[in-house]
Design a protein around this ligand. Structure first.
Ligand code: ATP
Length: 992
């Protein structure tokens, strides 16, 4: 749990706050800024800079001024990659092998029409085939452009959601602005975990340490302060500057923005920046590869088909050769699944959009795939599994236990001992001391708004002390300790697990006091005395073990435990400048007492954990909290059983890698860990083949988040640095959202399988129909029919018919399958292995079987509608519309379209009947209906008849087509039934 930033800055030195105070002549700000050596603001004094940039250290810029500067200088962003104009994207659609093929087809069609003697001897007056192909080119390009635009839009919307923000002082108030809105002269207010949004000159600092590895390669954090540099130095030595793209590791500070956008140091190297959003995902690479392999194979098959067609047709007139060539090219066009990459991007992008609506912002499309394979979720406890709403309920001091009643942030409650109000006595004194010290050693604020609602600002743990103190003093808050003036702070870090505040006692000039609060076990190691009543006693062994056992009892009751201590310092003690000085100050403390804070588990977390374990995903809790508290919460949430092992940070450190590798697989609760342990845990889990999702919020969690397969940052309480390092940001900090995202990820992968199955089997069916149709032309009666009808060439389907099938059946139904509702069963399966391919042997078998059946049904139709062949024509079918080669082709063409429409319902599952929930995807129904209507139009519309070589069919012929095409549905139902039987016998989990 990270604390929220508050205005807790310690002024490191006395600086001029405004230009007037600085004594610098008040000339025009523009003129001043012209005269300053802007290329290196580290050489400019603060006063000069304040004047030069027309800002104010007390109030920052005014909003109007900031707006005007933003308009003049433009947004603070790196333009390494310029956005591609819409017309360029449209043009790019024409730049594809598919379009080249189609252009070749159009040219061949034109040539065929020309050689056939345009407009004479029954040849159309217009090159209809060529016109159809040009229409196909335009339609294909438009569909591609639309899909591309949709995916780009979704990714751009996500990019907007993930823009980092900074705290600045504007109009005298702390304001959170998006980093793109930072302007020169803005006063950045920096705290631990912030990503520095622009280059800025440090004006004030308190132990401000900045990680500059991204810029300078230096891995250690660098201490920053406001001191003026005497001469130009290298970037890494500009200790009074902070730079865009770096991160605050520790401490606080204020800095004046001196450069934004491309003028920043990182802007100078912006061309080196990678644009990760555009990197293809592993799945996209796999699909692109598959597309290429299929493309080449189909081209080869098309060549063979052309050769066979020419051989069988035994006619070599230019016109008939052109016709055969045209069919070959069309076959290649139709059978190459060229729409796959575009559909894949759209489906991934839409999945990402759905997740964003449900509080999970996925920064890269690739993470959707990874989420689908997550096998371990390693999560923080505080605020993620719990609500993060802290109420201090119990206090343990040397004289015993006292309780504070009331829940929430409203200070309604009282102090009690065993149910009786605690108004005076030693225990009451100790209780007051604990709450006073705890409130002083924090940064939160408690306020009541106009509507009378109590709200906190800052860290909820800090706020819990304030609320309890208000209760004790009946709403009077810090009464009695107002004389103490805060001088500085030694900040909390998850590593130290404690924090201190240094105050001066105004009523007693010389006295300086240090109030420290932190994890009891950690704090006790820094204590030498204990407060009892108003006296101080040495902390001996017996007392120490009593205090430890008090804390353990509270932890065992699932309470979050903290202890409070204090120390009187020598007069004039200073805020420590580094770790060594801080450690010296936080010694010989006087232990005042420990508190137990309740942080109720999120109700939805328990359900999500149950869902995760049902889905074969292990949930691991990694927390900085006490081992007993951690175990108790983990048990309450159903992560582990009561006797489960808990591993602490110290124990992890003591383990050798090999032992730790075993422990990581058997332990599900890690407590009192530091962020560095998280990295070790991630690595151990990954080495065992797991795909790990890991949460984090503090700046030191960033390495572990980067190493995890899916780093998850907290959107509300997380630091900017973790948000940058993460692949997913939770806008509600809720564990249940991670499980939802995994479910969505699995759903998206499932849907990808569905449209792959559908598209690949459809394309295979087209190729096989033409190929087998030609090879077996004599057997199915096609050859005889071709010679009888004076047709010079033997073709099962015409070129334009193949192109039509491609247009009608490919895009719509495939896209609709991509947004199929997620099957509840996705969370009943074990996670996919890291190495498992989407297109595996099982999918290939199903694609081949279905493709073959669809092709056979189409060829059977051709045979049925032609005299001769294996199947005798039924007279009834010819009663209204006599048989001819055109009718037979029209029927086969229709059956091929219909089998594909039936097949899109089959493709929704490998095991479940297509009839179950057949109407649950309305997009699919719309797509199928549109395809159906288009097919009716192309068969019945006389003007389209000419272009597509179709003829209207009778009702009996239509019905026959539907019945035959439904064969693919029954075949698939039978296959699924056998699979289900097999599964129920073997007990193996079926694939979707
Ligand atoms: P999680 O890691 O699950 O978010 P956490 O918030 O308990 O849990 P840390 O923030 O690392 O983890 O806190 C570790 C311990 O430090 C806490 O158990 C508590 O004892 C102590 N602690 C937490 N917040 C503060 C604070 N604001 N001041 C002093 N001590 C604190």
């Amino acid at each position: 749990m990270t604390r929220l930033k508050t205005d807790s800055i310690v002024v490191g030195r006395n600086e001029s706050l405004t230009c007037a105070e600085s004594g610098v002549a008040d000339i025009n700000a523009d003129e001043r800024s012209q005269s300053l050596p802007w290329n290196d603001a580290s050489l400019i004094g603060i006063a000069e800079l304040v004047c030069g940039l027309g800002t104010d250290l007390n109030r920052g810029l005014s909003s109007e001024e900031a707006f005007a500067r933003l308009r003049a200088d433009g947004p603070n962003e790196l333009r390494a990659v310029l956005p591609v104009a819409a017309w360029r994207r449209a043009l790019a659609q024409l730049h594809s092998p598919l379009i080249y093929l189609l252009v070749a087809a159009a040219a061949i069609a034109l040539a065929a029409w020309w050689f056939e003697g345009q407009g004479h001897d029954g040849v159309a007056a217009w090159p209809l085939d060529a016109i159809v192909i040009v229409c196909v080119i335009l339609l294909n390009a438009s569909i591609g452009w639309l899909q591309d635009a949709k995916a780009t839009q979704a990714v751009a919307a996500l990019a907007k959601m993930t823009i980092a923000t900074s705290t600045v002082l504007r109009d005298g108030a702390l304001t959170r602005v998006s980093n793109t809105e930072l302007v020169k002269g803005d006063l950045l207010v920096l705290a631990e975990g912030d990503a520095v949004g622009a280059d800025a000159r440090v004006a004030q600092s308190s132990a401000l340490m900045v990680l500059e590895a991204s810029l300078t390669g230096e891995s250690e954090a660098v201490l920053k302060d406001a001191a003026l540099l005497q001469g130009a130095v290298a970037l890494g030595d500009r200790l009074n500057m902070v730079f865009k793209g770096t991160a605050v590791a520790q401490g606080t500070g204020r800095a004046i923005v001196t450069a934004t956008g491309m003028q920043t140091e990182v802007g100078a190297i912006a061309t080196l920046l990678e644009c990760t959003q555009d990197a293809p995902t592993p799945l996209q690479i796999e699909i692109a590869y598959l597309g290429k392999v299929l493309g080449v194979s189909v081209l080869l098959i098309s060549c063979v088909v052309v050769a066979i067609a020419l051989l069988i047709s035994e006619t070599y007139s230019v016109a008939s050769v052109m016709k055969v060539l045209l069919m070959g090219v069309s076959l290649a066009v139709a059978a190459v699944p060229e729409g796959l990459p575009a559909i894949l991007s759209v489906v991934l992008a839409m999945g990402v959009r759905r997740m964003a609506l449900r509080h999970a912002i996925v920064k890269q499309l690739a993470s959707v795939e990874t989420l689908g394979s997550a096998s371990v979720i390693a999560t923080d406890k505080t605020g993620t599994l719990t609500r993060g709403e802290m109420t201090l309920q119990r206090v343990m001091t040397a004289s015993g236990r006292s309780d504070i009643t009331g829940v929430g942030y409203a200070p309604d409650g009282r102090a009690e001992r065993g149910g009786i109000p605690l108004t005076a006595g030693i225990l009451r004194d100790e209780l007051e001391a604990v709450l006073d010290a705890g409130s002083l050693a924090g940064n939160a604020q408690l306020r009541r708004d106009d509507a009378g609602v109590w709200a906190i600002q800052g860290d909820p743990t800090d706020a819990a002390f304030l609320v309890a103190q208000y209760k004790l003093k009946a709403g009077a808050g810090t009464t009695g300790i107002d004389r103490l003036e805060r001088i500085g702070e030694i900040p909390f870090t998850s590593h130290r697990k404690m924090m201190s505040v240094l105050v001066a006692d105004r009523s007693n000039d010389a006295a300086h006091l240090l109030f420290t609060k932190g994890a009891p076990d950690v704090l006790l190691a820094h204590c030498s005395h204990v407060r009892r009543g108003r006296a101080t006693v040495p902390l001996d062994k017996t007392l120490r073990s009593q205090l430890v056992s008090d804390v353990e009892t509270m932890a065992g009751d699932a309470l979050r435990t903290l202890a409070v201590s204090y120390r009187k310092l020598s007069p004039g003690a200073q805020v420590p400048a580094d770790r060594v000085q801080a450690a010296a100050l936080e010694q010989n403390l006087e232990y005042i007492g420990a508190v137990g804070i309740i942080d109720p588990p999120r109700i939805e977390a328990a359900q999500a954990i149950a869902q995760a374990s049902h889905a074969g995903i292990r949930v691991i809790m990694i927390t900085g909290d006490h081992p007993r508290t951690a175990l108790r919460v983990a048990v309450d949430l159903g992560i582990v059983a009561i006797d489960a092992p808990v591993l602490t940070g110290i124990e992890i450190d003591a383990l050798e890698d090999a032992d730790f590798a075993v422990a990581a697989l058997t332990t599900s609760v890690f407590a009192r860990v530091a962020p560095s342990h998280k990295l070790r845990i991630v690595r151990a889990l990954q080495n065992a083949g797991n795909v790990v999702a890991m949460t984090g919020d503090g700046v030191n969690d960033a390495p572990a988040l980067k190493a995890a397969d899916i780093g998850v940052a907290m959107g509300v309480t997380g630091t900017e640095v973790t948000k940058e390092a993460a692949r997913m940001i939770l806008t509600d900090d809720n564990f249940a959202t991670i499980v939802m995202a995994v479910r969505e990820g699995r759903g998206v992968l499932d849907n990808i399988c569905k449209f792959l199955r559908y598209l690949l089997s459809s394309n295979l069916a087209e190729v096989l129909t033409v190929f087998i149709g030609l090879v077996a032309a004599g057997i199915i009666g096609l050859k005889d029919a071709a010679s009888a009808s004076d047709s010079t060439v033997v073709l099962p389907l015409l070129a334009t018919q193949i192109l039509w099938i491609n247009l009608v059946t490919d895009s719509g139904p495939a896209l609709a399958l991509g947004v199929d509702p997620i099957d509840e069963e996705v969370m009943a399966r074990t996670p996919r292995a890291r190495t498992q391919r989407i297109i595996d042997a099982g999918m290939l078998r199903s694609v081949i079987e279905t493709g073959v059946v669809m092709a056979l049904l189409t060829l059977a139709t051709l045979d049925l509608f032609l005299p001769g062949g294996l199947i005798e024509p039924i007279d009834l079918l010819a009663s209204q519309n006599p048989f001819s080669l055109e009718v037979a082709r029209t029927a086969a063409f229709t059956v091929l379209v219909f089998t594909q429409l039936f097949n899109c319902f089959n493709a929704r599952s490998e095991t479940k009947s297509a009839l179950r929930g057949a109407f649950s995807n309305r997009w699919l129904l719309v797509a199928v209906l549109v395809s159906l209507l288009l097919q009716i139009v192309v068969v019945n519309d006389t003007s389209l008849n000419l272009a597509f070589g179709t003829v209207p069919m009778s009702i009996a012929q239509w019905s026959t087509c539907v019945v035959i095409a439904s064969g693919v549905l029954w075949f698939s139902e039978a296959r699924k039934f056998v699979r289900r039987l097999h599964t129920s016998f073997t007990g193996l989990t079926p694939k979707p």
